[in-house]
Write a protein that binds this ligand. Sequence first.
Ligand SMILES: NC(=O)c1ccc[n+]([C@@H]2O[C@H](COP(=O)([O-])OP(=O)(O)OC[C@H]3O[C@@H](n4cnc5c(N)ncnc54)[C@H](O)[C@@H]3O)[C@@H](O)[C@H]2O)c1
Length: 246
Amino acid sequence: MNAELSGRRALVTGAAQGIGAGIAAALATAGAEVIAADRRAPDDTVAAISNGGGQAQGVVCDISDEGDVAALFDVCVEGGILDITVNAAGILVEAPISEMALPDFDRIMAVNLRGAFLVARGAARTMTQAGHGRIILISSELAFLGRADFSAYCASKAGVVGLTRSLARELAPGILVNGVAPGPVDTPMLALENMSQDWIDKELEIPLGRVGTVDEIAGVVRFLCGPEAGFFTGQTLSPNGGAVMI
Ligand SMILES: NC(=O)c1ccc[n+]([C@@H]2O[C@H](COP(=O)([O-])OP(=O)(O)OC[C@H]3O[C@@H](n4cnc5c(N)ncnc54)[C@H](O)[C@@H]3O)[C@@H](O)[C@H]2O)c1
């Protein structure tokens, strides 16, 4: 087993499925003890990690709720020092702006941007005491590209990029803060069987001509959490098949 994160404790939100579950598994495989948080019980993720010989515990937490996030960090610090926090929880709503109801806009912002803020703030408070740590915030290539009918989502994810850059300056040099902005990845959020062929064809008009895998995103996060990424802060790495070149 690759043990580059042996002895580290890592919080991963959005860990019940998709990219967050893949990140939790990758960090556990690298030796970290994982706290897997999600608004629904991440039982499958915890079981998969435990069955593979790793260490994980699940916590139910809505990251848009300040009290829930405070309780989550209470659990995190009970077990010792928290070395790594990855915020992968997020939601997607598609609607033209003229038809988007304000509650839908507010909900996207509450989960994707306020949630990222609350999780990063909890991590910063905890890690500042220890004097070190890694915070990884999951954004999206759409923060850079924009996309018709996804304005609230794109705005929320662009906000995450700004949050990443600001916190990297504020929390340096002890705490490194980076982002990952994936291109399309086949997860329940973006299940290809639910997308129109026209949408898929447009998505695949990129240099690599395919969508990404959860493992390809999780591998980038694991790199940013590991010893070889010690000179990265404030960066948002974008595994996107060449759709955006920054
Ligand atoms: N799939 C993609 O193509 C893609 C591309 C770019 C960025 N992303 C981002 O990656 C992250 C993961 O996406 P995914 O495709 O795995 O999505 P997903 O819908 O498959 O999984 C998201 C997880 O987040 C959880 N979640 C949602 N709201 C929550 C809340 N308020 N509190 C706690 N947990 C909550 C869900 O229960 C779910 O387990 C998201 O931030 C998403 O915006 C995804």
